[in-house]
Design a protein around this ligand. Sequence first.
Ligand code: DX5
Ligand code: ZN
Length: 227
Amino acid sequence: MTIRLAPSILSADFADLGREVAAVERGGADLIHVDVMDGHFVPNITIGPPVVRAIKRVATVPLDVHLMIEEPDRYLDDFIDAGAAMVSVHVEVLPHLHRTIGAIKSRGVKAGVVLNPSTPVVAIENVAGDVDFVLVMSVNPGFGGQAFIGRSLDKIRSVRAMLDAAGNAAPVEVDGGIDLQNVAVVVAAGAEILVAGQAVFGGRQPEQAARALKDAAVSAMMSRARA
Ligand code: DX5
Ligand code: ZN
């Protein structure tokens, strides 16, 4: 089990993304989580491929691109060409999920599937052997700074069990409301990739905040390994 911290730039200073990315990398960020929203699938609009391309120029860690958009198939190549190393798509918008996963992987990029809080785990059962990671939303997507939905812990355990049953060691990623108070239980439930926006960029010291969150997650992982 390897813990990776993926700060979400949604809560960063968009006028100073280069400095924000560098700060969290110094603080131990393993990935940069990029939230793409289209104003249709979620009630908010954020960024597109040109901004991903700009972040790619300055980031030294891989970009984890979370597509909260309808018809993601139409935009996969654009985001991959812009520099995404991981692309995740929501199962709620994809009738042909298996094909989409194949399309992402065929570009040499890690393919992830995302479950909204109200989407049952069984929705990914038939692709559990195919995915490179599963993203469990622990808030309803659309905005940063929302409260963690406690029931997500059970879902993390269920997804982990489903991947294990499929013989797939792919990590579970968790996104939404993660902070210093709950990061240990999230890791104990089986999450390995931790997205955090507000908890990292909400204060004035993203480097220190990233480091504190990563340290807490790694300690929780070591206690889990000992248990
Ligand atoms: C929510 C986004 C998240 C969000 C996380 O729609 O997918 O990545 O930015 O931010 P926090 O950690 O503030 O909940
Ligand atoms: Zn996200």
